[in-house]
Design a protein around this ligand. Structure first.
Ligand code: ACM
Ligand code: ZN
Length: 757
């Protein structure tokens, strides 16, 4: 029995710690494994200054993890100890506070660093080497870690305006960041739907602005509302407490005060700082609203007084001033705005926005701080010292770095954690998008377009968590876990996308930590993932099933019945040539291990056929590429995370080669509208056919009103045409008109399956 146990232990040990695979995230820059182990039990002491926060943090964490109550002593001779020591000279030391060394030998654990922050990170690594079940004696393998980060800005954002999260949870959020050596918390405190920070000089900001008389329920697409009063705010005392809490954990809080747009909550309280004078109410609907701050002198005084209090509360070098999604509708017809444009010799409203941001920048700089803003602040000219947060892709960040401005990368494609992380139909309702753990792990914050000098301006990256669809702390946890782990390793600089499987193994070990702490997390990596691809002869498609935990044991049915132990075992991609439903699940040891995945296929003459696009879809919505339109999968309308192609400001111009002359009676396609996400129906859909792929004949079209009548499920009658090629053009709405969400910006065009019968 004992022998068997030992064997098992060795097996586990080998699994955990073989091939440099310590269960540490982010993975350290250097790991040297040695033989032997250190035993922690109730005789072990922590050798450190008892007043040092890090020593107390370590003591408390060990107590929580193991139940062991270790003493902190200033000097420990000849006893097993964990020493925290301030002397660590790096050969190339340049004021970075993060490096540390962790040495575990038979008789001591030593964490050395020059600064408290390094000690704190050494503690985080050490704690991740502890088993997650409580024991009286813990064995930790001998090893040495030398560690340091790559990027300075390792950030997580949280939107507390759309939904309010209590102070206690903000502290937990900060704890989560600290566990994974993230160092920046971007706190989104103001928006159309709520003002969340007490400002002494303007009490109505929270008396009025922190409360709304109803919220959207369900997805924006549903346009349903409740009429419940909703709100909350942080007092200045709360904020001081949270800033101090974060500071102890070596996390800088960057507050965001949105301007000139996303200002409805402030304007509901003080309508005199708008263009029209109001009245307004705090936003109940998500999206982008037209009423924004009017750049008159009184508004600047108001905002400067607010920023003075904000700067006094937050010691961060950067103050985030928003700057995104600010419609110009009101400015275009406001006499104050037009006078300002004339007086300042500005070209247009974009330059007025630039004037706005530059004037605020001057004020913030005078206070000894710097501004950071969303990438729209590039439009009309960047403020001289501003840093840019690149969210609409990486292009804004590249442009800013080329102008020698600092950049934080946060593109929707990899860093928006309000996107789906698993198969959308199995996930709670989300904004849209499809950003899996693997996708986050593949992120490179430094674009290859930058020279090595320009690359120095990339401070790092952060993930954004907008909370339109996230109401509870537990749902926040679900959206960041485990994706934050991937981002933390990317930013620490040790991610190796080609070795995603190794990372995933470590993540699965961290699930035990989440369980022990009661953290809600997504188990989407356990779901069977699916992928479609064109079969070799453009005759049907291939449907691939994959499990993250096992390469064997997936069973499936093709007749719509539930899979069970007797169903066919999956061995290679399934050929789909007709309409059918595949259901599959993973079975291990006679038990179903995963949820059942279900995929309906719709077959028409286009299934798996060759398709080419003139314009490419945007990187955020292009999974599967052009083939997505003929893969037999019809995109989900309420959870449009994947299976749709999204074109930003561009038309769909697709040509499908049916392979031979075919009778064509009907062309079917789906287009989506979700105005809150700036997704609009096309102006027009036009169908052409051709026998040779050169000369096309225009056969029919649908106008916008016809598309609206059928709610985007378009069927075009082609009346018995014979042709081999079919071309479909769907004309993007272009710039979104005034009065609509996203006014002035490029509309998105979302298309899925194109069928021909
Ligand atoms: C943003 O997502 N509007 C910055
Ligand atoms: Zn105005």
């Amino acid at each position: 029995m004992a022998k068997k146990f030992l064997f098992l232990l060795l097996l586990i040990f080998n699994n955990l710690f073989s091939q440099n695979q310590l269960p540490v995230i982010p993975y350290p820059t250097e790991v040297i494994l040695n033989s032997g182990s250190f035993l922690i039990n109730n005789k072990t002491v922590i050798e450190a200054d008892a007043n040092m926060f890090e020593a107390q943090y370590l003591q408390k964490s060990i107590k929580q993890k193991t139940g062991l109550d270790l003493k902190i002593v200033s000097q420990a001779l000849n006893v097993p100890k964990i020493s925290l020591i301030f002397d660590y000279d790096l050969p190339d030391h340049s004021g970075i506070k993060e490096p540390y060394q962790l040495t575990i030998s038979n008789n001591a654990i030593v964490i050395k660093a020059e600064y408290n922050q390094g000690i704190f990170y050494g503690i985080q690594s050490l704690l991740q080497l502890f088993p997650s079940d409580k024991k009286n004696e813990i064995s930790i393998p001998c090893l040495k870690i030398n560690d340091n980060s790559k990027y300075k800005w390792r950030g997580m954002h949280l939107d507390c305006a759309r939904h309010f999260f209590p102070k206690e949870f903000i502290k937990e959020y900060i704890d989560y960041l600290a566990m994974y050596k993230m160092n920046t918390f971007h706190w989104h405190l103001t928006d159309d739907q709520g003002w969340r920070i007490e400002i002494k000089k303007y009490p109505k900001l929270t008396e009025v602005g922190a409360w709304r008389n109803g919220s959207m329920i369900g997805h924006y697409t549903d346009q349903k509302f409740d009429d419940k009063r909703y709100g909350g705010f942080y007092t200045q005392d709360d904020i001081k407490e949270i800033v101090a809490y974060a500071n102890q954990r070596h996390i800088t809080i960057v507050p965001e005060i949105e301007m000139p747009g996303h200002a409805m909550a402030a304007l509901a309280a003080y309508p005199e700082y708008s263009c029209t004078g109001g009245p307004f109410e705090v936003g109940k609907t998500w999206g982008v609203l037209d009423d924004v701050f009017c750049p008159k002198d009184e508004t600047f005084t108001f905002l400067e007084n607010i920023l003075t209090e904000v700067i006094d509360l937050f010691p961060s070098k950067y103050i985030h001033i928003g700057g995104d999604e600010s419609p110009k509708v009101r400015w275009k017809v406001c006499s104050n705005c037009q006078k300002r444009i004339k007086d300042e010799n500005l070209k247009d409203e974009h330059e007025l926005q630039s004037y706005f941001i530059q004037r605020i920048e001057k004020f913030v700089n005078k206070k000894g701080r710097k501004i950071i803003g969303w990438d729209e602040i590039l439009e009309g000219g960047l403020a001289p010292n501003a840093a840019v947060m690149s969210w609409r892709g990486t292009e804004g960040g590249i442009a800013a770095a080329k102008q020698n401005h600092f950049v934080v990368m946060s593109p929707g494609s990899h860093c928006y954690f309000d996107h789906y992380q698993g198969e959308p139909k199995n996930e709670p309702i989300a904004f849209g998008g499809y950003t899996t753990l693997e996708k986050v792990y593949s992120f490179n914050p430094t674009p290859k377009e930058l020279s090595s000098d320009e690359a120095k301006y990339i401070l790092g990256a952060q993930a954004n968590l907008w909370t339109e669809y996230i109401e509870t702390p537990s749902h926040v946890e679900y959206m960041i876990f485990p994706r934050m782990l991937a981002l933390s390793e990317v930013l620490w600089g040790t991610s190796i996308p080609e070795k995603y499987a190794d990372f995933q193994n470590r993540v699965i070990q961290h699930f035990d930590i989440f369980e022990a702490k009661g953290i809600n997390y997504s188990k989407s990596i356990f779901e069977i993932t699916t992928k479609t691809s064109s079969s070799l002869n453009n005759n049907g498609i291939l449907f691939e099933l994959k499990s993250a935990i096992n390469t064997k044991g997936i069973r499936y049915t093709t007749d719509g019945s539930e899979p069970n132990l007797n169903s066919k075992e999956y061995t290679s991609p399934l050929e789909i040539t007709k309409s059918q439903t595949i259901k599959a699940a993973l079975f291990e040891n006679e038990k179903q291990k995963s949820a059942t995945v279900e995929q309906k296929f719709y077959s028409s003459k286009t299934l798996g056929k060759k398709i080419t696009l003139v314009n490419q879809p945007h990187e955020n919505y292009s999974i599967g590429g052009a083939f997505t339109l003929v893969d037999g999968i019809i995109g989900n309308r309420s959870k449009f995370g994947r299976d749709w192609l999204g074109f930003s400001g561009k038309d769909l111009n697709a040509t499908i080669d049916l392979g031979k002359l075919e009778d064509i009676n009907k062309v079917m396609l789906s287009v989506l509208e979700s105005r809150g996400s700036w997704i609009y129906y096309p102006k027009e859909i036009i169908i052409f056919v051709s026998n040779d792929g050169q000369e096309f004949e225009n056969v029919t079209k649908h106008s916008l009103s016809e598309i609206q009548d059928v709610k985007g499920e378009v069927v075009l009658d082609v009346k018995g045409k014979k042709a081999r090629y079919i071309k479909i053009i769907a004309t993007n709405l272009g710039k979104i008109q005034d009065g609509n969400p996203g006014a002035g910006s490029d509309a998105w065009l979302f298309i899925d399956e194109i069928g021909v019968e």
